[in-house]
Write a protein that binds this ligand. Structure first.
Ligand code: GDP
Ligand code: MG
Length: 315
């Protein structure tokens, strides 16, 4: 009927807005958080602490290589998706040119970046800082291992770092002793956009079996090796075969020089044997069955420039 008054539009809009607001409130804050920082600063420890479990439930789903989802934490407040940015510490050689692009697109996929430093380390990480500048995302400076230092020493370190970049937050934590982890989690939610969760609540990680297995072996090498080695070593999983009662894993470890190979082999093969043993222990927990680890050390001079190995790393 022509007399029927159209409802005043403004009120209807207001109702809509209210509804939207309520819906959004229910949604919570969800988004992607990049974990970056040198090897050994405590990223994995932090992840295990905040996830309240050693990440071992893994579904084998294909992922792009430019970011590896490490952990997904879902709470009443929302969902935090932690991911890794492979290659962020290697600004040199050809490998790194390709990876530089990945680093940048990976950081651009993040809603928030957590940049980890170890309070006992002094390096400034210029390459990373310049990557952060181009990413134009909020970045937290996470100063880990504060349990190792006194409060006044911690303040001194903060002072040294505070003007290096325009940090959104600076948070001293101890991933190991669980100091300030809750506070950090609160702050993460604060910076994530209002979104529905991206993944089902029960999903904890999307790391592929192959990636996880390779990382685990690499972790054992790094923990045992001399300082120089980590930057010239990579692990390539050649085979993961379920042979009924045993999971057979064959991996190549690449180094650049014969002397590096000697270090990795160790006296009478002790070093590599120990790496294999330590990896096996964790892998048996992960695969929930007996594991056989076969490690081969290969010398490829300049492997970082090798197209073939780079393309294999992408799988
Ligand atoms: P990632 O390479 O960055 O993943 O570092 P990890 O999580 O593997 O940790 C490297 C080493 O630092 C391990 O031996 C950890 O136990 C140790 N670590 C990690 N977080 C802390 C911390 O808050 N305090 C202390 N004292 N040690 C830590
Ligand atoms: Mg780690």
């Amino acid at each position: 009927m022509s007399e029927s008054q159209p409802k005043p539009e403004t009120i209807e809009n207001e109702n809509e807005n209210e509804k939207e607001k309520k819906k959004r409130k229910k949604r919570g804050h969800s988004g992607y958080v990049a974990l970056i920082g040198r090897t050994n600063v405590g990223k994995s420890t932090f992840l295990n602490t905040i996830m309240e479990t050693k990440i071992s439930i893994v579904s084998d789903k294909p992922q792009t290589t430019r970011k590896q989802i490490l952990g997904i934490k879902t709470t009443k407040k929302g969902q935090i998706i932690f991911f890794d940015t492979p290659g962020i510490h290697k600004p040199y050689f050809r490998l790194n040119e390709k990876m530089m692009k990945d680093v940048h697109s990976s950081l651009n996929d993040a809603d928030l970046i957590l940049f980890f430093i170890d309070i006992t380390e002094h390096r400034k990480d210029d390459f990373i800082i310049s990557s952060l500048n181009t990413a134009s995302k909020p970045v937290f400076l996470v100063i880990n291992k504060i349990d190792k230092f006194s409060k006044s020493k911690a303040l001194e370190i903060i002072d040294r770092w505070k003007d290096v970049f325009s940090w959104s937050e600076i948070i001293p934590i101890s991933a190991l002793k669980e100091i300030n982890i809750d506070l950090l989690e609160e702050l993460i939610y604060k910076y994530l956009p209002l979104n529905d969760p991206f993944f089902p609540e029960e999903e904890l990680t999307l790391q592929s079996q192959k990636y996880y297995t390779g990382e685990l072996i690499r972790e054992k090498i790094l923990h045992m090796a001399e300082e120089e080695l980590p930057f010239t070593t990579t692990v390539q999983i050649e085979e993961i075969a379920d042979r009924g009662n045993v999971m057979y894993i064959r991996a190549d470890i690449y180094v650049e020089t014969v002397s590096q190979k000697k270090i990795l082999v160790g006296k009478q093969g002790n070093f590599v044997k120990l790496v294999g043993q330590m990896a096996r222990k964790d892998l048996e927990e992960y695969y929930e069955k007996q594991v056989y680890v076969d490690l081969f050390i290969k010398v490829v001079p300049n492997w970082r420039n090798s197209e073939i190995i780079i393309s294999q790393l992408e799988q």
